[in-house]
Write a protein that binds this ligand. Structure first.
Ligand code: S3P
Length: 165
C-alpha cells in the first residue's frame, strides 16, 4: 500500500487544507506527517524544536515519513522541511508528488509573524527568502507536478491539483 498522492511544499502553503479537500474528492484517507509526529511524541512540533533542536526533529520526521509512505494509501502531506533529507527524496522518486508552491511575499502574508513556526521566529521575510532559496530546487527535484497557489483559494488549488494528476 502506498499513498496515491504526496503533497509537498513550504509551511503555510495549504498542504493540510488542500490535502483534506483532495482526499474528500478522491474518496480516500488523508494523513499528515506533522500530525503523526505530534501524536507519537505527545508534544508540539515547536516544543520538539525548542527542547531537542532541529536535528532531532529531522530524525523523527524522517522516520515518520518513511512509515507513512509505507502504511498510507490516500493523500499524504509532508512537513515543509522533509525534502531536505536525501533518503526521503529518494523514497519519493517513484511516487505521484505534487509541489504546492508560493512566492515569498505570499508566504509572508499567510504566515504573518510566524510566532508558532520555529523557523520564522526572528525575521520572517528574510527567513522565508532563505528557506525558499535553499528548498525550491529540492521540491522541484522530487515533484511530478507543480501547482502554484498564489492568489488561489484552497478549492481552486484542489481543482488545479486534480487537473494536474
Ligand atoms: C517545517 C515545516 C512544518 C514543521 C516544522 C518545520 C519546515 O510543517 O514540520 O515546523 O522546516 O519547513 P508544515 O509544512 O506542515 O507547516
Amino acid at each position: 500500500m502506498s499513498p496515491r498522492i504526496v503533497l509537498i511544499g513550504p509551511m503555510g502553503v495549504g498542504k493540510s487544507t488542500v490535502g483534506r479537500l483532495l482526499a474528500e474528492r478522491l474518496g480516500v484517507g488523508y494523513r499528515d506527517t506533522d500530525d503523526d509526529i505530534v501524536t507519537a511524541e505527545n508534544r508540539t512540533v515547536a516544543d520538539i524544536f525548542v527542547d531537542d533542536g532541529e536535528a532531532a526533529f529531522r530524525a523523527i520526521e524522517k522516520r515518520a515519513v518513511r512509515t507513512a509512505l509505507t502504511e498510507h494509501e490516500g493523500v499524504l502531506a509532508l512537513g515543509g522541511g522533509s525534502v531536505l533529507d536525501a533518503d526521503t527524496r529518494a523514497l519519493l522518486a517513484s511516487r505521484q508528488v505534487v509541489y504546492l508552491s508560493m512566492e515569498v511575499e505570499e508566504a509572508v502574508r499567510r504566515t504573518g509573524l510566524g510566532a508558532a513556526r520555529p523557523l520564522l521566529a526572528v525575521n520572517p521575510r528574510k527567513q522565508w527568502r532563505e528557506l525558499m532559496q535553499a528548498r525550491r530546487h529540492l521540491y522541484e527535484e522530487v515533484a511530478t507536478a507543480v501547482v502554484p497557489t498564489d492568489g488561489r483559494t484552497p478549492e481552486e488549488v484542489t481543482e488545479a491539483v486534480l487537473d494536474a494528476l
